[in-house]
Design a protein around this ligand. Structure first.
Ligand code: DC
Length: 219
């Protein structure tokens, strides 16, 4: 069974998707981490992120591996390194690269083959897994999303004002929603959930209940 959870940054999808996978005993795939790994490697090697062929050539020879919460690029652990502000900003540039998207979509399908999996990102229900059994699209108000991001950054020792975060967020949303390939949008058959006024526990309960209803309704 494939469950897709898409939505913008700060919609709560990563935390909810991870918790849901644990509750169901499913595998979990963080596809944003894959785009972040490509960005980190390119930044370190001073490859211009706007140079699409150079970025996709490099992406084609990176080995990305997950081990629980930990992320590895060519066997080096990069779990924290892929979460910096610089990588976050760069990733929305890499994510418009159609060759990189093609490569990573293939890897995502390979990773999910034959498994029960919860996969989260921006295009999981629309492009990577259009036939997924259950699709969700999570949203939250821009202010709430920025507050969550500020909280995450503080925990990592980075201090940005809400205004700065809102400006970055607006820029990333614009890129994610307007790119020609796989723009961020809900699949037509996705269930949309606004998480602004709810905690993770409430969101996961609702997702589980909706999955149960879906499965019961299946012939
Ligand atoms: O979910 P995240 O913040 O880790 O995602 C990082 C970036 O990658 C973000 O700019 C959107 C992009 N992304 C994407 O385009 N498609 C995906 N399936 C996952 C992430």
């Amino acid at each position: 069974m494939i469950i897709t959870i898409d939505g913008p940054a700060g919609s709560g999808k990563s935390t909810a998707a991870r918790a849901l996978a644990e509750r169901l005993g499913f595998q979990f795939l963080d596809t944003g981490a894959m785009y972040r790994v490509v960005t980190l490697v390119c930044l370190r090697e001073q490859i211009d992120l706007h140079n699409e062929p150079a970025v996709s050539d490099r992406a084609a020879i990176i080995t990305i591996r997950f081990d629980g919460h930990r992320v590895f690029a060519n066997d080096e652990e990069v779990t924290d390194a892929i979460r910096t502000v610089q990588v976050t900003q760069g990733t929305s540039i890499v994510a418009v690269n159609s060759k990189v998207r093609g490569l990573l979509t293939t890897l995502q399908r390979q990773a999910a083959a034959g498994l029960d999996i919860v996969t989260e990102g921006r295009d999981q229900g629309t492009v990577a897994f259009p036939d997924a059994e259950c699709k969700f699209f999570l949203t939250a108000s821009p202010e709430e999303r920025a507050r969550r991001r500020q909280h995450d950054l503080r925990r990592r020792g980075e201090h940005l004002s809400i205004e700065e975060i809102l400006a970055h967020q607006h820029e990333r949303d614009r890129r994610d929603e307007q790119r020609a390939v796989s723009p961020l949008k809900p699949a037509t058959d996705a269930i949309q959930i606004d998480t602004s006024h709810r905690n993770v526990h409430e969101v996961v309960e609702e997702l589980e209940e909706l999955i149960r209803q879906r499965s019961a309704a299946k012939p």
